[in-house]
Design a binder for this molecule. Structure first.
Ligand SMILES: Cc1ncc(COP(=O)(O)O)c(C=O)c1O
Length: 469
């Protein structure tokens, strides 16, 4: 055995203790750690040594060269993208995932896959999904959308008498995909699936909103004359958390022949609160559903779920047949359900956090985040420096800077956000909402409280004054 491997094995307790101390320091200081990294020192590519350093020295080098560049994106004042942190219990689970290093691909390998099945079951309860859905963990909502659309693609082909999984798409007419405000990852998935980004058929939204105009959708489906197609519904758009009316889409599904994929990456968590769960009514009509765990479930990155009612089609697409991997049975291994073959036990952090905080815990996080979005929204409404670009629904505030004589261009928004984000106390990202450049504040971290919104507001206003100098 290599001498460093041997000594690290002998000293594993001390090494992990050191790692734990570093992690705990980070978590203790997270409120003070910048949300943005200006540090570019230490990123020169180092050479691979012939002789290793051993774990302790590797840790020292990492801390010295890279720690300063680690940002508090998991902290309370990071409002970019849709970013959760990691709850204490999720972190406990995540550490164990690496320590145990199970391959969650086959059901008989270990209890790993049982944990995944149980976690999927807990999540179905959290989201109020009927038992008939099966589910699996993937790396993120992009992958969950990819899996859902792959199943939808197979469904359309089957309806037309083709089997894409076996024969490819060579003899198939273009598959129609229909949506109003799909997330960019839906288009990326269309590209990856050979369906083509340009084959998205856009249906108008309701005036002044991002939700699909149901009449326009029905007209499209009528004219489509029964040709099987895929409708992608949004349960929480990224700019305004708008929901397509799933109840009405459920009614359309009784009349028209389409596969319904619902991207509920973070909007799905509306189901956790009696106040918002109406938005998810009709979700049971979905043929496949995407929900992200590394967003509002607040587990570490690399975690999302895809749910479907069409496990058979899913197996047609994703089966991975090799004798050494085991037989394809009635209750197929995860290796036959998702793009990956070997898989990390990424359900475990979700299991830990669900067990630790239960549905009440998630109701509290969702409602607190949404009420903080309302707090920010109210401040913006009352301010001369900023204005809302849309009504605030749930946890995202979409707004712009007030420049008086003209509306801010994307370049101006970028210059403004550079000042904001370089402050390091809060972080926001740019967007374009219905053609107007703006700023998004997505509040989805379990730590965020009113005091954090106060600091964020101070940062925004300080930057505004600086910008206008
Ligand atoms: C609605 C929606 N779908 C999909 C995604 C993609 O998520 P991921 O980054 O986990 O792939 C996002 C990310 O913000 C999203 O908001």
């Amino acid at each position: 055995m290599d001498k460093y491997l041997k000594s690290d094995l002998e000293n594993i307790n001390e090494l992990l203790e050191k790692v734990k101390n570093n992690a705990c320091t980070f978590l203790k200081d997270i409120d003070e750690i910048p949300t943005f990294s200006k540090d570019s020192k230490g990123y020169n590519n180092s050479q691979l040594n012939q002789e290793g350093l051993g774990g302790e020295k590797a840790l020292e080098e990492f801390i010295e060269r890279f720690y300063k560049g680690i940002v508090s994106s998991a902290g309370a004042k990071y409002f970019g993208f849709v970013t959760g942190g990691s709850t204490p219990a999720a972190l406990m689970g995540d550490w164990l995932v690496s320590a145990f290093d199970q391959n969650a691909s086959g059901r008989d390998n270990s209890s790993g896959t049982k944990i995944e099945e149980e976690t999927i079951n807990l999540l179905k309860q959290l989201f109020g999904l009927p038992q008939e859905y099966s589910g699996a963990f993937v790396t993120g909502a992009t992958m969950a959308n990819f899996v859902g659309l792959a199943i939808g693609r197979q469904w359309v082909a089957n309806e037309l008498g083709f089997d894409i999984a076996k024969n490819g798409m060579y003899n198939l007419p273009p598959i129609k995909i229909i949506s109003a405000a799909p997330h960019s990852s839906i288009l990326k998935s269309l590209s990856m699936l050979g369906m083509g980004r340009d084959n998205m058929h856009y249906i108008p939204s309701i005036n002044g909103r991002e939700a699909i105009d149901i009449k326009a959708l029905e007209n499209y489906l009528k004219q489509n004359n029964g040709t099987p197609c895929i409708v992608v519904a949004s349960a929480g758009t990224v700019n305004t958390v708008d929901f397509d009316d799933l109840k009405q889409i459920r009614e359309l599904k009784k009349k028209y022949n389409f596969f319904l994929h619902v991207d509920a990456a973070f909007g799905g968590f509306a189901a956790c609160s009696p106040k918002y769960k109406k938005l998810m009514e009709g979700i049971d009509a979905a043929d496949s559903i995407t929900v992200d765990a590394h967003k509002w479930l607040n587990v570490p990155y690399d975690s999302a779920m895809q749910f479907t009612k069409h496990t058979k089609l899913q197996i047609q697409v994703f089966q991975n047949n090799a004798i050494y991997l085991g037989e394809l049975s009635e209750n197929p291994d995860f290796v036959h359900l998702t793009p990956e073959n070997s898989r990390r036990l990424r359900a475990l952090p979700a299991w830990f956090t669900l067990k630790a905080y239960g549905s009440n815990g998630y109701q509290e996080v969702v409602e607190r985040n949404c009420s903080l979005a309302e707090v920010l929204s109210k401040k913006i409404e009352e301010s001369k420096n900023f204005k809302l670009l849309a009504d605030t629904r749930l946890n995202v505030v979409c707004f712009t800077i007030n420049l008086g004589d003209h509306s801010a261009t994307l370049e101006e928004i970028q210059q403004f956000l550079k000042i904001v984000n370089e402050d390091g106390r809060a972080f926001f990202t740019q967007t374009v909402y219905k053609g107007t450049p703006g700023i998004r504040a997505a509040i989805s971290n379990w730590r965020t409280e009113e005091k954090d919104m106060e600091i964020a507001w101070e940062v925004l206003n300080k930057a505004y004054k600086f910008y206008l100098r």
